[in-house]
Structure formats: C-alpha cells, structure tokens
Design a protein around this ligand. Sequence first.
Ligand SMILES: *[C@@H]1O[C@H](CO)[C@@H](O)[C@H](O)[C@H]1NC(C)=O
Ligand SMILES: *[C@@H]1O[C@H](CO)[C@@H](O)[C@H](O)[C@H]1NC(C)=O
Ligand SMILES: *[C@@H]1O[C@H](CO)[C@@H](O)[C@H](O)[C@H]1NC(C)=O
Ligand SMILES: *[C@@H]1O[C@H](CO)[C@@H](O)[C@H](O)[C@H]1NC(C)=O
Ligand SMILES: *[C@@H]1O[C@H](CO)[C@@H](O)[C@H](O)[C@H]1NC(C)=O
Ligand SMILES: *[C@@H]1O[C@H](CO)[C@@H](O)[C@H](O)[C@H]1NC(C)=O
Ligand SMILES: *[C@@H]1O[C@H](CO)[C@@H](O)[C@H](O)[C@H]1NC(C)=O
Ligand SMILES: *[C@@H]1O[C@H](CO)[C@@H](O)[C@H](O)[C@H]1NC(C)=O
Length: 389
Amino acid sequence: MASRGGAFAAGALVLLLALAVQGAAERKPLVPAMFVFGDSLVDVGNNNHLPRCNASCRADYPRYGVDLPCHSPTGRFSNGYNLADRLAQLLGFPESPPPLLSLPKERLVPQMSSGGINFASGGAGLLDRTGPRVCGGEVLSMTAQVDKFTRLARLWRRENRSAAGLISRSLFFISVGSNDLFEYIDSPPAPTRNDTQQTNRNDTQFLQDLVASYTCYVKDLYAAGARKFSVVSPSLVGCSPSQRALAHAPGRGPIGVDKFGCLAAANNLSRQLQPMLAAMLQGLGLELRRMNYSLGDAVGMAEFVFKSPSTPAYNFTELGRACCGGGVFGEGGCDDSAPLCRNRSSYVFWDRFHPTEAASAVTANELFLDTGLFVRPINVQQLVVAPRP
Ligand SMILES: *[C@@H]1O[C@H](CO)[C@@H](O)[C@H](O)[C@H]1NC(C)=O
Ligand SMILES: *[C@@H]1O[C@H](CO)[C@@H](O)[C@H](O)[C@H]1NC(C)=O
Ligand SMILES: *[C@@H]1O[C@H](CO)[C@@H](O)[C@H](O)[C@H]1NC(C)=O
Ligand SMILES: *[C@@H]1O[C@H](CO)[C@@H](O)[C@H](O)[C@H]1NC(C)=O
Ligand SMILES: *[C@@H]1O[C@H](CO)[C@@H](O)[C@H](O)[C@H]1NC(C)=O
Ligand SMILES: *[C@@H]1O[C@H](CO)[C@@H](O)[C@H](O)[C@H]1NC(C)=O
Ligand SMILES: *[C@@H]1O[C@H](CO)[C@@H](O)[C@H](O)[C@H]1NC(C)=O
Ligand SMILES: *[C@@H]1O[C@H](CO)[C@@H](O)[C@H](O)[C@H]1NC(C)=O
C-alpha cells in the first residue's frame, strides 16, 4: 500500500517532469536509439500495414489521434501520444521512433542508428497465439518483433563497426502481456472445451508459460547485443472499461467485482504476474553479464492512481469509463460516430482498452523518475546514464 508520504513523493515527481519534458526538446537524446517491443500500449502504427489486421486492432481512423499535433489518426491507440512516445520524449526524442512497417527497406538499417525503430503491434502478446483470433487474423507477434530486430542488428553490425556499441547503449523498451491476460479471461468456452476443462484451467501454469516466453525474448535481444532493458508489467487489466463492463454484466455468476469496481479474476492474474516478472528479471540480471534493467510495476502504479485519483499532478476524475465510445463503459467502440468526452485529461481511459495520453504520461514519468516506489531496481533515467556496458 502506498503511504501518504508515497503520494506526496509521486505527486512531486510528476510535477517535476513537466519541466524535464520542456527541457528535453533542446538537448541531445540520452541514448543513441530506442527500440520498442510489445502491444497497443506502445504501437505507433505497425498494424496500419498489416492487411488482415481489422479495425479491432487498428487505430488508423478517427477519433484516434484527436489530440495529436496534427489531430489525425496515426495508428496510436490513444487520443494523443502513447507510452512509447512519452518515454521517448523524456529521453529527448520528439516522439517514439517510427513503426518498423512504415519504413522502406533501404531505410531500415540507417534508422537503427538514427533514433531506433518501434516494432510493437496492437493485439500482440507474449504467446504467439495471442492476437490473431481477436484481430482478424494478423498481428506482429513478439516472436516476430524480436526476430526482426535480431536480423536487422546482424545486418547493421556487418555494415558498421560501431553498431555493437550503439546497440549496447540503446534502450530496449518492452510493454506486453495484457493481451494474453485479456484473451485468457475472455475466451468463451471453445467448442472443443467443456465446462470441466474451463474450471480446470491452471492459472499458475498459464502465468509460468508467459514468463517462460518473456525470458526467451529478453535472452534473444541480449544475444543480439541489447544491454539496457526497460520493462513495464501488465497493469490491472481487470480495471479497463472492457473488463469492468464484463464484471458488471448481469448474470455473470462466479465473476466478482473488486474494491475498485474491476473484474477481480483479471486483476488477480495481473497481481500474480508482476512478482513473477520481477523474479525473472532479477534472475536474468545475475545470469547475463552486463545486462541492466528497470522494471515498472504498473499494478502498483494503477492502484496508486485509483486510490488517489485527485493527486494534483494529474487530477483524474473519471477512472472507469472510456472517454471515447457509447454505453456505460464505452462498449460501443471508438470510431467516427462515437461520443467523445469533453475533458480528455481528466479520464484515465481513452477507449475500452487503452489509457488517455494523460494517463500514459503519468506512467512514463514514473518509469523515468520514480525513486523505488513502483520502479526497481533503478529507474529509466538511471538506466540510460549507467556507465557504458
Ligand atoms: C476482427 O476479426 C475478429 C476475428 O475474426 C472478429 O471477431 C472481430 O469482430 C473483427 N472486428 C471488426 C471490427 O471487424
Ligand atoms: C557507422 O555508424 C556511425 C554512427 O551511427 C555513423 O556515424 C557512421 O557514418 C557509420 N558508418 C558507416 C560506414 O555506415
Ligand atoms: C469434458 O472434459 C473432461 C475433462 O477433460 C472429459 O473427461 C469429458 O469427456 C469432456 N466432456 C465432453 C462432453 O466433452
Ligand atoms: C498448476 O501448475 C503448476 C505448475 O505447473 C503445478 O505445480 C500445479 O500442481 C498445478 N495445479 C493443479 C491444480 O493442477
Ligand atoms: C482473487 O485472489 C484472492 C486472493 O488471492 C482470492 O481470495 C479471490 O478468490 C480471487 N478472486 C477471483 C475472482 O479469482
Ligand atoms: C490539478 O488541480 C490543481 C488544483 O486545482 C491545480 O493546481 C493543478 O495544476 C491541476 N493539475 C493538472 C495536471 O491539471
Ligand atoms: C480538465 O481536467 C484536468 C485534469 O482533471 C483539470 O485540471 C482541468 O481543470 C480540466 N479542464 C476543464 C476545462 O475542465
Ligand atoms: C546498472 O545501472 C546502475 C545505475 O546506473 C549501475 O550502478 C550498475 O552498475 C549497472 N549495472 C550493470 C550490470 O551494468
């Protein structure tokens, strides 16, 4: 539980950040490049280029992007910038590096050395099977994202002697896992799967499988030269408007609502997974020479915000509803015809699944500056200034 002192510390932190962001534009970025992996929390438009990926996992239509400088959709699942952008800005970049799939072949290797590439894909998860079923058939899986980086890194190193050094000083930012939890919770009993099997699901086994996959991705990136990892755990997925709607649907007997009005079973999974990720990274830190990491506890951050929404650093007034979308929780979906809330920055959630730019900014600020409350063992600022690995 966050203490009152904690509340003050976090508030002070986020306010400081406003200054840091302003200063960022004028300074040289803190890292040569940033490479981003994961899901829709950090996708900046890769899915726009996947022909079979449908509107459920795309954000290239209005009202996405209403608060971006150009006020138009880019593929970011937000009203404005997302978590990758906000963290990139704290590092001194104007926004996230460009999406891999937007780059012509001849620009791929040069882009590796000039700011990095974003490989993330909305709908993707730790498991390869997560995503396609929901998205109409296609996402860039984590396996594909890591594989694409590994191949590019090999090409780059072959071309340029300085590549290995640049990769080792770059930031590898990973935000993934929520979709695995969403699909696990939501999956209706498949035709081949009867009720006995449903209740026999083994949560521990499932979560261990997720962690095993995560371990492989980190090891593969390390083998390709990555040394500095910023990882953010899945947040309280049961508190997204989509899951709140499930929890409050009439007639869902065994599914409980927790103290935040969220889907308890889903939040339980998030809470169990977080320490497992912490243990995984701690183990890898001991095993892999010169690997350094910063783990953001998004569960702790979310609990903090839900318990003290009116902290002056963000003043959230709406914690459960989606800003964009009809119905109580935004069930109507967020498109051109969807109702839009008036004051986006007072909402935590933009649509049924994704935070507003304001909420992403709070998370990014914590990742960058938190002093041990929700980010361990070091924050991203400490990670990037760490001595040359
Ligand atoms: C996308 O495809 C999935 C799987 O086929 C389907 O369930 C979903 O309704 C589709 N979404 C849209 C918006 O067409
Ligand atoms: C190698 O990379 C460095 C740093 O990005 C760059 O300055 C240099 O021009 C590159 N050399 C070649 C041969 O591409
Ligand atoms: C339901 O699953 C149980 C356990 O796997 C199995 O023994 C049983 O035969 C299944 N029943 C049906 C109708 O498929
Ligand atoms: C669930 O899986 C874990 C890990 O494989 C195992 O230790 C445990 O016994 C399983 N529990 C049940 C009820 O099958
Ligand atoms: C959530 O976890 C708590 C404590 O581990 C447990 O008591 C509760 O039954 C769980 N709730 C659901 C819905 O799984
Ligand atoms: C939150 O409200 C307080 C008091 O009205 C105000 O001083 C502060 O600037 C607000 N913070 C934000 C982020 O809007
Ligand atoms: C919008 O929301 C923010 C954060 O809650 C608040 O500080 C600000 O005063 C609000 N603006 C208006 C016009 O209501
Ligand atoms: C990780 O970064 C911290 C903070 O800069 C530094 O003290 C530590 O030596 C680094 N660890 C490794 C293994 O590079």
